[in-house]
Design a protein around this ligand. Sequence first.
Ligand code: HPA
Length: 278
Amino acid sequence: MFDKDQYLKEIKESHDYLLEKGFKNIDIAIILGSGLNEIAEDFEQLIVANYSDIPNFAKTTVEGHKGRMILCKYNRLNVLFMQGRFHYYEGYPMYRIVFPIRVLSLLGVRNLIVTNAAGGINPNFNVGDIMIITDHIALFIPENPLRGPNLDDFGTRFPNMQKAYDYQWIMRVKSKLTDIRNIKEGVYCMVPGPNYETPAEVKMLRIIGADAVGMSTVPEVIVAKHCNIKVIGFSIITNIYRDFVESSVTHKEVLENTKKSLDIMKKIIQASVEVVYG
Ligand code: HPA
């Protein structure tokens, strides 16, 4: 059973641990999805905290997710990377999946970049495209992360999701990335997973307006908006549904195709960080 007072105490404990380690004055936080851990290795690293050492953090169980928080320097900015996230399909309740976002909010984070791997549904997409997430569909997630007693200190009972992904931020990033040809935009739909989609499911997702499908990100974004944190998001299109069918998608293929986009994602993340304080 969810115990609000206990949960708030746990958030504070994790916050205190990270603050004590020096995680403060964070200008921007970045969640690295499957296969993107390496991006953090290219930044000047100041402090590392393993999720397994942070009180009350869940453990990452997925291959391709490291489970560390790293505070880095980039252009005099303090940039915090989360190498790995928690997923609903791992068996965690939603409030555990979004726990790090609330800890980050308490640490004063006001800007968040989310990344993920996703299956392409839009017929104009190709493997290797990067989709700037303009909106999401959360209606298929089995439980809203804000269900239950509202955490009034973090946000309002009925938060607005009209501008979940910051339009100004998107426009400014796009103006910096004009040399990258395979940048697309679209709607991300989260499904609970862990199986990939059937052709009938893909067809339905296309009809309702999804451009890409994945198993993460949306709970974190909902909670970030609840905490009034600004969000920008990117999906790497790792596999494609043509005529609603994808013959071969495997986690291995998703990770391999994510790795091929590491350089471009690094550029996109740098541009996204630069424009926040530019
Ligand atoms: N479906 C769901 N999640 C995914 C996919 C997909 O096709 N590709 C990468 N993550």
